[in-house]
Design a protein around this ligand. Structure first.
Ligand code: FVH
Length: 291
């Protein structure tokens, strides 16, 4: 079977992520045009075969697929102003960190120009682009995601969350929230261990092992939260109230901030006061979800 032809890809913005993304397309054999606001960032890519455009519009005109890993919403808005004229019929993939509201605003603006809009969130680092260690989230035009799935997978494994343009950003923030809670927990624990002579670097491998085990616990948590059935959990509200209480007391006695765990203690106390002390830990979900 003949190999499918590879569409021309334009990469707007050659920061850390943009440079890695343009390199991934070049490595995969795609004709790639590149543009950056500030000159001089494209030299290494040009040496590898990229076509340097002198304006963003010139890069966009080269082909149907436009990837924009720019800094933020303002950068995308400003760049969009200079490419709107040449957008009709093309697909714009906005990979800048953004918000659901901003994604909606851009989707409308791009659709008004007769182009498809995909909003993306990069759950990856520059060095994990084009590996299985990172992944990108998408939402917006289904036609764009379906037509360019192969190209999107050049950058990272791709997950699509539907036509609401803001959905990828909501999932991005949900993942960030999951990570922040775990990382803040680690930093608090490291502060707790310093007075007993365990350095953060010594504790890190142990914490990583513990977190991997915790990750295995997620399907059970998800099953309980998804069904609203908390009777069969192995780890109850009362059991964890005692655990979190000990953690807070130890923090206070050691002069370490206890703020990180106090909100969880308040949730567990509320569940217990409502008569749910024997329910599974995951039942705090009932107090967190939108009411
Ligand atoms: N770097 C990372 O580890 C994280 C990984 C997860 C995702 N984030 C988000 O990715 C977006 C891009 O981040 P980045 O690390 O590539 O950012 P920089 O290296 O700082 O490059 C930014 C590029 O944006 C251009 N730019 C900035 N402002 C404007 C503007 N007003 N008009 C046009 N272009 C603009 C900048 O150009 P220049 O400063 O070289 O002229 C760079 O090309 C970001 O949303 C992260 O949150 C990264």
């Amino acid at each position: 079977m003949p190999e499918q032809s590879k569409p021309h890809v334009a990469v707007l913005g050659l920061g850390r992520m943009g440079t890695a993304i343009a390199a991934a397309f070049l490595d995969a054999g795609y004709p790639t045009s590149v543009w950056n606001r500030t000159a001089g960032r494209a030299d290494a890519l040009v040496a590898r075969g990229a076509i340097l455009a002198s304006t963003a519009a010139e890069a966009v005109e080269a082909g149907p697929l436009v990837i924009a890993p720019l800094l933020d919403h303002d950068a995308v808005r400003q760049t969009l102003g200079s490419i709107e004229r040449v957008l009709p019929g093309r697909t714009l993939v906005n990979l800048a960190n953004s918000s659901p509201e901003h994604a909606g605003e851009l989707a409308e603006r791009v659709a008004g120009r007769g182009a498809d809009y995909l909003d993306g969130a990069m759950m990856a680092l520059p060095e994990t682009v084009a590996t299985q260690d990172g992944f990108f989230l998408y939402s917006g035009s289904e036609r764009a995601f379906t037509s360019y799935r192969r190209e999107l997978e050049v950058m990272a494994p791709a997950h699509y969350f539907g036509t609401d343009p803001g959905a990828a950003e909501v999932h991005d923030l949900a993942l960030l929230g999951t990570g922040y809670a775990a990382l803040t927990g680690f930093l608090h624990a490291a502060a707790l261990l310093e007075p007993v002579g365990t350095a953060p670097a010594e504790f890190a491998p142990l914490a990583a092992r513990w977190l991997r085990g915790m990750a295995d616990f997620l399907p059970e948590l998800a099953r309980e939260a998804g069904s609203g059935s908390y009777a069969d959990g192995v780890s109850t509200v009362d059991l964890n109230r005692a655990g979190v209480d000990s953690l807070i007391r130890l923090s206070r006695n050691s002069g370490v901030a206890a703020d990180v765990h106090e909100p969880l203690k308040a949730l567990l106390d509320e569940r217990a006061a409502d008569g749910h002390g024997d329910d599974s830990f995951s039942s705090v979900f009932e107090l967190l979800k939108a009411r």
